[in-house]
Design a protein around this ligand. Structure first.
Ligand SMILES: Cc1ncc(COP(=O)(O)O)c(C=O)c1O
Length: 414
């Protein structure tokens, strides 16, 4: 089956659920064993998906924190679409990210990470992970690999680098990290130390429809599934996509931390993924038209959208589209940005992205308010920056709403 068909028909046999066309919601905290011998066997292989076993095998349930039918179906379909051996769903994007960090890092290890990261990921690394003895070294997406390498060697941290964590395109200013550069860096560190750092990419903004990092050599793809994968602003979830080997390890960590996606969340995700491709493509068509409108608007300064990058930029080699998230600077700084947001009538002033409805926010005072002001400035998250997530409404209505709100923004600069 093609990946888009997998999202609708894959891994589910109605015979296993009284011929229900859709897998029903399994609201059961635990499952009855067929024999004591079977219970013993299940506990021996707890959380491990053997190489020859289908993700969504209907048997093998123990307890819903470890796994349940709705979770396995959602995971099997995401993995099939993503082209990875495995996928894991979590109760939030931050649960996926924190499970990854706790699963691969120990005190004394270093994380090499790109900037900017989503505010919550940045806060987790700088705050709790740092307090637990994790060291950090950051690099900007534009920094050449030779320079990162020499900084890394000068800081004498190379043997402790266990994770290279990137976000691309980065939230909120859509900076692109080159996958080739990251896999090359990981390879060079392995040559120097004998240990290959794990590479992971937060792929929330473009994936899985327009970008599949694991197919480009990245070890783990990371999602806030609250965004495009959920797609209707009605759930909070996260996901990791990776090899079976990594999934077996991270599934064990997830079971211990208890961050497993619930039956209800998993059921909603399965429902949502059926239209994932349609939604992301429709939103992208709208975004392209709104970029055209905004790029020459007198109130708009710098406009960030990956589709505007030159044709030889790595973005065009590693992604098949530019998606529907953009950000732009309003001339007139914070007061213009606030006037703009307060004047919106159709576009929701809200902090999420990837829903069917368009949403805009002021990153500096909301999603990235935990990032220290000086560092925000360094990352280019300015006081006039608006992040816009374009939905699938009629583009004429969206353009009209932006146009009238920009008139209000203009009055702030007068
Ligand atoms: C790029 C990115 N990664 C991770 C997260 C965290 O995900 P969640 O809010 O589902 O925990 C977000 C949330 O906004 C995000 O935008």
């Amino acid at each position: 089956m093609k990946p888009s068909t997998e999202l609708i028909d894959g891994h589910y046999d109605p015979k296993h659920a009284r011929n229900a066309v859709k897998m029903p919601l399994y609201l059961s905290s635990n499952y009855v064993f067929s024999s004591a011998e079977e219970a013993k066997k299940l506990f021996e292989q707890k959380g491990v998906q053997p190489a020859d076993q289908d993700h969504a095998a209907p048997q093998d349930m123990i307890y819903s924190r470890l796994g349940h039918p709705n979770l396995l179906l959602a995971e099997a379909r995401l993995a099939a679409y993503e082209g990875t051996e495995s996928a894991l769903f979590f109760e939030s994007g931050m649960a996926a990210i924190s499970t990854l960090f706790m699963g691969v890092l120990s005190p004394g290890d270093t994380v090499l990470h790109s900037t900017p990261l989503y505010g919550g990921s940045d806060h987790l690394l700088r705050g709790m992970m740092h307090a637990w003895g994790i060291r950090l070294m950051e690099f900007s997406p534009a920094e050449p690999i030779e320079q990162i390498r020499s900084r890394m060697l000068a800081a004498e941290i190379t043997p402790s680098i266990r994770l290279i964590y990137i976000e691309t395109p980065a939230n909120p200013n859509l900076q692109i990290v080159d996958f080739k550069q990251v896999t090359e860096l990981s390879h060079q560190i392995q040559q120097l130390t004998g240990i290959k750092p794990i590479t992971a990419c937060d792929n929330t903004v473009l994936g899985p429809v327009f970008q599949k990092p694991v197919l480009h050599g990245i070890d783990v793809g990371v999602y806030s599934a609250s965004k495009f994968i959920g797609g209707h602003s009605d759930l909070i979830a996260g996901a990791l996509v990776c090899s079976r080997e990594w999934a077996n390890k991270l599934r064990g960590v997830r079971s211990q931390l208890g961050s497993t996606a619930s039956p209800h969340t998993s059921w909603l995700l399965t429902r949502s993924m059926e239209t994932l491709e349609l939604r992301m493509e429709a939103a992208q068509r709208n975004a392209v038209q709104l970029v055209d409108f905004l790029k020459n608007h007198p109130q708009v300064g710098q406009l960030y959208y990956p589709g505007l990058l030159p044709p030889d930029h790595p973005h065009h080699h590693q992604a098949s589209g530019s998606g529907s998230l953009m950000s732009f600077e309003l001339k007139g700084g914070r007061s213009a940005a606030f006037q703009f947001l307060d004047a919106l009538r159709l576009v929701r002033h809200a902090v999420s992205l990837g829903g069917t409805e368009s949403m805009a926010c002021h990153s500096a005072t909301t999603t990235h308010s935990n990032v220290p002001a000086g560092i925000r400035q360094l990352y280019g998250i300015s006081e006039g920056l608006i992040r816009l997530s374009v939905g699938i409404e009629h583009v004429d209505d969206l353009r009209a709403d932006l146009a009238q709100a920009l008139v209000h923004a203009a009055s702030a600069t007068d």
